[in-house]
Ligand binder design. Structure first.
Ligand code: JBZ
Length: 268
C-alpha cells in the first residue's frame, strides 16, 4: 500500500516512522510519503490560509495550494517503486483521497477494512477552520473522496486523525501484524465476539497487589475459559457501551448470554 500525506506539519507524521508502521515500511509492505503543503504555496509569504467569506472566527485554508499539491502527488503515482501494489505503480492510477474533518462521516472499523483494500491512499490534513469547500468538490470529479471524522471531540487539525486512521488501516494489511488471530479477535473486529468489547486480561504473577488472577483462567478448562470470557465481554459491554448491545443482531445472543446480561447490573 502507498500512503501520501499532505500537511503543513510534516514533523507531526514522524510517528509513522516507529513501531508497527516503521517495521511494515522497512519490510516493504507499506510506503509512506509526507509532503509539506507549503511547497505549493506561492506569493511572497507562502500563505496557505485566508479569512472566511461571510465572517466568523479563524482562518480557512486556500484551495490553490491544495490543488497544486494534489496534482503533484497524483502525478507521482508511478514512483512507488518495488513492493508497491501494481495499481499504485500504474501511470494514471487514482488514489482514494481521505480528508479528516470534524464534519465528516464517522470512521469505524468497517471504514478501516474498506480503506485497507485500496492500493493507494492520499490524506489531506487541514488546519484552522478547514479547507475551502471547493477543493473537495473539484477533487471528487476525478477521485473517490472520503471526508471522515474519528469521533465526537475537537482536534486542532487533521494530523492526529490521520495517524489514527493510518494505524487502524495498516494493521489490517497482510503481514503487518505478526499474529493474524489478534487482528480479527479484538473489540469491533469481526471474529471471536462480534460487536462486544473485550473483557479483562491477565498475565503473571498469579498474585499481585493482594489480587489473584481469576481461577478459571488458570485451571486449563478451555470451554470454561471461553464461557467466562464471553460473560465478561457481555457484562463490560452492557456497562460501558449499552449502544453496542442495542445494535447486536437478533441471533447474536444465546439464552445463556441473555441470562448473563440480566444479572449484569453491577458496575464493570
Ligand atoms: C477531526 C481543520 O482540520 C481539522 C480540525 C479538527 C478535526 C479534524 C481536522 S479531523 N477533528 C476529528 O476527526 O475529530
Amino acid at each position: 500500500m502507498l500512503l501520501d500525506v499532505i500537511t503543513i506539519f510534516p514533523e507531526y507524521l514522524r510517528a509513522l516512522d516507529v513501531s508497527l508502521l516503521g517495521k511494515a515500511r522497512e519490510r516493504g509492505l507499506l510506503q509512506v510519503r509526507v509532503h509539506d503543503l507549503r511547497d505549493w504555496a506561492t506569493g511572497p509569504h507562502r500563505s496557505v490560509d485566508d479569512t472566511p467569506y461571510g465572517g466568523g472566527p479563524g482562518m480557512v485554508m486556500r484551495p490553490e495550494p491544495w490543488a497544486a499539491a494534489l496534482a503533484a502527488v497524483l502525478a507521482t503515482g508511478g514512483l512507488a517503486g518495488p513492493g508497491a501494489a501494481p495499481a499504485a505503480r500504474e501511470p494514471g492510477a487514482n488514489p482514494r483521497l481521505v480528508v479528516p474533518t470534524p464534519s465528516g462521516k464517522l470512521f469505524t472499523q468497517q471504514t478501516a477494512a474498506e480503506l485497507a483494500a485500496e492500493p493507494w491512499l492520499v490524506f489531506a490534513c487541514g488546519r484552522y477552520e478547514g479547507i475551502d469547500a471547493r477543493l473537495v468538490e473539484v477533487a471528487a470529479e476525478s477521485l473517490r473522496v472520503d471526508e471522515l471524522s474519528i469521533g465526537d471531540y475537537v482536534l486542532a487539525g487533521g494530523e492526529a486523525a490521520t495517524l489514527v486512521i493510518v494505524e487502524a488501516v495498516t494493521r489490517l494489511l497482510p503481514g503487518v501484524v505478526g499474529n493474524a488471530v489478534s487482528v480479527t479477535d479484538d473489540s469491533f473486529a469481526a471474529g471471536g465476539m462480534v460487536g462486544l468489547l473485550e473483557g479483562p486480561v491477565y498475565t503473571r504473577p498469579p498474585e499481585w497487589a493482594g489480587r489473584s488472577v481469576p481461577a478459571v483462567l488458570r485451571a486449563g478448562d478451555h470451554a470454561a475459559v471461553a464461557r467466562w470470557r464471553r460473560e465478561q465481554a457481555l457484562r463490560r459491554t452492557a456497562a460501558r457501551r449499552p449502544d453496542l448491545i442495542a445494535q447486536l443482531d437478533s441471533g447474536a445472543l444465546s439464552d445463556r448470554d441473555r441470562a448473563a446480561l440480566a444479572g449484569s447490573d453491577q458496575p464493570g
